[in-house]
Design a protein around this ligand. Structure first.
Ligand code: KIV
Length: 277
């Protein structure tokens, strides 16, 4: 059984901290799901982490759906949230409804996430009204990077804090079941978390959110040369992969792989006949 949206709300009500993490493919989804993480986010960070684009603007609905479906196939227990990519919900509400619906119908997700404050509140209300649970996303919203001007912490002034709080309230009133706060000054994330009934899920937003979300590449060190202040490295998998592949290459070059035990034999009498072929 998968974690449901009401169960996430119940966890928050009980004061249980909510863990969320991104996954973008079947193999990683299986591993993450087996750890009991209640939320897997198929983030549009797929764009940079898996597809090698510079930011999240280029990733398409088709890219997102293909990966979201793989994550759903790889998981049994987690609530899987599909992240709506740039321009899949901004142009008009009909577009947003169709595209959000595709995450549920075609990929098998249980909810969607979209970025923005009051400007997307009407869209969120519509989606929720049609039975599509929505996670909001405020603070540093990478789809607006061209407006924000770079990866900057948000809510560092009282004026910015007020705007964020008003946006957060609008997202909650529109019916979102949770809200990601990305790169938000910790005291502001605390204020928003205290004011909202729905759980806030922080990334670079300090310890006072109701839950945390991390990008799996960051906590596993899959890109060993990239370090962010807001992440913690729980493993150095990137370096482990480098060492493993280098050792494999050395073995192949030296003739040490495969060994007899890693090969398939024939019956000796059949093998003896091979020379006559
Ligand atoms: O795309 C993503 O991975 C996200 C997280 C940073 C929350 O939106």
């Amino acid at each position: 059984m998968r974690t449901s949206v009401p169960q996430i709300l119940e966890m928050a009500r009980r004061g249980e901290r909510i863990t969320a993490i991104t996954a973008y493919d079947y193999a990683m989804a299986r591993l993450v799901d087996s750890c009991g993480v209640p939320i897997i986010l198929v983030g549009d960070s797929l764009s940079n982490n898996m597809l090698g684009y510079e930011g999240t603007i280029p990733v398409t609905m088709d890219d997102m759906l293909r990966h979201a479906a793989a994550v759903v196939r790889g998981s049994e227990h987690a609530l899987v949230i599909g992240d709506m990519p740039f321009m899949s919900y901004q142009a008009d509400e009909a577009d947003a409804i169709r595209n959000a619906g595709r995450f549920l119908k075609e990929a098998g997700c249980q909810a969607v996430k979209l970025e923005g404050g009051r400007t997307v509140a009407g869209t969120i209300r519509k989606l929720v009204g049609f039975g599509i649970p929505v996670m909001g996303h405020l603070g540093l919203t990478p789809q607006s990077l061209n407006t924000i001007g770079g990866y900057r912490v948000q809510g560092r002034t009282v004026k910015q804090a007020r705007i964020l709080l008003e946006d957060a309230v609008a997202i909650e009133e529109a019916g979102a079941f949770s809200l990601v706060l990305e790169y938000v000054a910790a005291p502001v994330a605390k204020l928003i978390s205290d004011r909202l009934q729905i759980p806030t899920i922080g990334i670079g937003a300090g310890p006072h959110c109701d839950g945390q979300v991390q990008i799996i590449h960051d906590i596993l060190g899959l890109a060993p040369d990239i370090h962010f202040k807001h992440t913690r490295r729980y493993a150095e998998i990137g370096e482990a992969i480098r060492q493993a592949v280098a050792a494999y290459k050395d073995d192949v070059v030296a003739g040490g792989f495969p060994a007899a035990g890693e090969s398939f034999a024939m019956k000796p009498e059949d093998e003896a006949e091979l020379a006559s072929l």
